[in-house]
Design a protein around this ligand. Structure first.
Ligand SMILES: [Zn+2]
Length: 417
């Protein structure tokens, strides 16, 4: 067995487990004995991590299931300039805590602290108590938490593309093909692209031969990237979910080409030319997953795209904006609905907790008094939320921030790496 990238012999020493779809965005399918440890390591750091950074907003909003580690939080801003942090439960909080001092008469000082959670509030108070006379515990007991819903839309930049992201996509297609028994050395277009330039982390500053996804000028003849965005047709005959990751490969009906289709979060869709003249046995296989649950999905797909059409696609002879916008809009709708539901559930939970504090035990029958109280607790919490619906929501206070809102960005553009 040799490494499908560097051709070195894979033995027990240098074998590695590769995620077919990067684990940071919720890829759970793994394969052994295809990449050597070295190639697995640096392609992960260089290519996959760039792709995953670009997709971080989606990973946060959909709370992807990952093999390890939580999705890192991400700084975002509102149109009016408020700086926030998007957390891994899809909610938002202040980017930084607030600490203000105001001198009063009699050489006293008023201190105003807004922290993002109780622990942070305690830390800040303890720090201040070294200089000022503060009863930390007493002050914490009297601290209040507050929720506010944003009045200004959130701006999110959602770039997708560049030479490293491109190579991550092509590598995913190649790894999946090899997993299905395809001889990687027959995937000339993919391998040549992956092995040229930008190959080693030390070479990261060197100009890679393909500087950005949208400089494609040819049809995958070795000196042009063998892939591009693909929105002309939907290869999935019936979508099992709006939000999904997929990698599909097929040599059927494509005039001797071996093609792959890679899709992330239901809206980033790419066609990859693995081989222009594929000399191996027919192959047709797909893997789909819902990154929100980690569940594998079933769907038929059809690539069957001829050589001339692939060339036209890579030369951007089709207008893909309409298909791309439609794909993004449907995914955004699910993201926004999800954050709305999470916030509503949080408020309902809070209302029940408030009722619990007034003495009612779990399993007890609710009296009319309880029901009236629950109605009050619900109305108190849900009214501001529902009134603010349509704006982004955030909670500033001393507990976990909650709520979310739609990004004002529409369709992300092609961005250089
Ligand atoms: Zn290798």
């Amino acid at each position: 067995m040799s490494c499908i990238l560097c051709d070195c012999e894979i033995d027990q020493e240098n074998d590695s487990v590769e995620h077919v779809i990067p684990q940071a965005i919720g890829g759970l399918l793994k394969v052994k004995s295809l990449l050597c440890k070295g190639c697995n390591g640096w392609t992960g750091q260089e290519w996959d991590s760039t792709l995953c950074d670009q997709l971080n907003w989606f990973s946060l909003m959909f709370q992807v299931v990952r093999d390890r580690g939580a999705v890192p939080s991400m700084p975002i801003s509102t149109l009016s300039g408020e700086e926030l942090l998007l957390l891994n439960d899809g909610s938002m909080t202040m980017r930084r805590p607030i600490f203000e001092k105001q001198p009063l008469e009699d050489s006293k000082t008023r201190i105003h602290i807004v922290a993002r959670d109780k622990l942070e509030a305690k830390r800040m108070l303890t720090g201040a108590s070294r200089k000022y006379r503060i009863d930390v515990d007493e002050t914490l007991r009297n601290a209040s938490t507050s929720t506010h819903y944003l009045q200004s839309p959130v701006m999110v930049n959602l770039p997708f593309g560049g030479p490293r992201t491109g190579r991550s996509i092509v590598k995913t297609a190649l790894v999946y093909a090899a997993m299905q028994g395809v001889d990687a050395t027959l995937c000339g277009q993919a391998r040549r692209y992956l092995l040229q330039g930008d190959r080693h982390p030390d070479a990261a500053t060197a100009t890679p031969p393909f500087t950005r996804l949208d400089t494609i000028t040819g049809g995958g003849d070795g000196d042009v990237p063998p892939f591009d965005y693909y929105y002309t047709k939907d290869p999935l005959t019936e979508r099992p979910s709006v939000v999904l990751h997929s990698v599909c490969i097929s040599s059927r009906g494509s005039e001797g080409q071996l093609l792959a289709y890679v899709e992330y979060f239901g809206c980033h869709r790419c066609l990859v030319l693995l081989a222009d003249d594929y000399a191996g046995p027919e192959v047709h296989a797909g893997y789909l997953i819902d990154p929100r649950t980690g569940d594998a999905l079933q769907a038929d797909f059809k690539l069957g795209i001829g050589k001339a059409e692939v060339r036209s696609l890579f030369q951007r002879e089709y207008d893909e904006i309409e298909g791309r916008t439609a794909a993004y809009n449907s995914v955004m709708e699910v993201a926004i609905a999800g954050s709305f539901d999470r916030e509503r559930e949080r408020l309902v939970e809070q209302a029940w907790q408030a009722l619990g504090k007034s003495g009612i035990k779990e399993g007890e029958l609710l009296t009319e008094v309880h029901i009236a109280q629950l109605s009050r607790e619900l109305a108190e919490r849900l009214t501001p939320f529902l009134l603010a619906h349509g704006h982004l929501a955030s909670r500033a206070g001393s507990e976990i921030q909650s709520g979310a809102s739609p990004p004002s960005a529409g369709v992300p553009g092609h961005t250089p790496d």
